[in-house]
Design a protein around this ligand. Structure first.
Ligand code: SF4
Length: 278
């Protein structure tokens, strides 16, 4: 009898690690884990060539739950870590995950520069408008009149960070929004983001059941984008200005030059030290 030589296709469950998520029951982040696993299976990503990178926060636990290489980094620095990894190993599929606090507050600067470098990374931000892991403080996307946190009992009074507008202005070449309550669409968007040759920013509405229970209503508020995706940044900017923050789908995609790291030096450490000697 002839031995089977073909490798069996990987299924979504094959990408799930044996670590049980410790998210609260009903947390939206479960939807991203499911969609990410399905997207990896759809693309048949070899596990040894998939690297999940994150910062700190509830959603940044994602790499632990995916059976691939992973790096649970430090707060707000996931994109810097991912950029370094991609520069050193351009053959890898690098997917970065995190939340609105991690990505838009302490990590906000890295976000802007990752957009303009346009390296081939997928950045999934699970936005629940709150710092969940530290028990419910206002984040950059929190509504200004949200008063539940003791740190901001009168609300923040500050206009919200506009992730899609900033991504476009900073030069991201792929901008989309998904919702964890629509797992099929979210899977499709993650597939598109990974396939996109450049920096793909995927803004995901991911409700926090514990500190933002009103977000259960998001399922009644989300709606598809009114039009097909555009490759025109002016048109994308116009649509973002009119956006209510609840529109779903691919908004903008175009192929832009990607920053390439300079050829890595083969110099030895003493040679490098000598070069920088005063
Ligand atoms: Fe999810 Fe919120 Fe619980 Fe964190 S605190 S695991 S974001 S429901």
């Amino acid at each position: 009898m002839e031995a089977a030589t073909s490798t069996p296709a990987l299924k979504a469950k094959d990408y799930k690690s044996d670590i049980n998520p410790i998210w609260c029951p009903g947390c939206g982040d479960f939807g991203v884990l499911a969609a990410m696993s399905k997207a990896a299976a759809y693309l048949q990503l070899p596990k040894e060539r998939l690297a999940m990178v994150s910062g700190i926060g509830c959603s940044s636990r994602l790499p632990a739950y995916i059976d691939s290489y992973g790096f649970h980094g430090i707060h707000g620095r996931s994109l810097a870590i991912a950029a370094g990894l991609k520069a050193a190993r351009p053959d890898l599929t690098v997917v970065v995950s995190g939340g609105d606090g991690d990505g838009f507050s302490i990590g906000g600067n890295h976000f802007l520069h990752a957009c303009r470098r346009n390296m081939d990374l997928t950045y999934i931000v699970m936005d629940n408008e709150v710092y969940g892991m530290t028990k419910g403080q206002a984040s950059p996307t929190t509504q200004p009149d949200w008063t539940r946190s003791k740190l901001t009992p009168r609300g923040t009074g500050v206009r919200r960070f506009q992730p899609t507008a900033l991504a476009l202005a900073a030069g991201a070449s792929f901008i989309a929004r998904g919702f964890t309550g629509d797992p099929s669409d979210l899977t499709r968007l993650i597939v598109q983001a990974i396939q996109h040759p450049g920096f793909a920013f995927l803004h995901v509405l991911s409700p926090c059941q514990t500190y933002q229970p009103e977000q259960k209503d998001w399922k009644h508020l989300v709606h598809p984008n009114a039009a097909e995706a555009t490759d025109d940044p002016v048109e994308a900017a116009r649509r973002i200005q009119m956006d209510d923050g609840m529109s779903l789908g691919l908004l903008y995609a175009q192929e832009l030059p990607s920053w390439q790291p300079p050829h890595l030096s083969s110099a030895t450490l003493p040679e490098i030290e000598a070069e920088f000697q005063l």
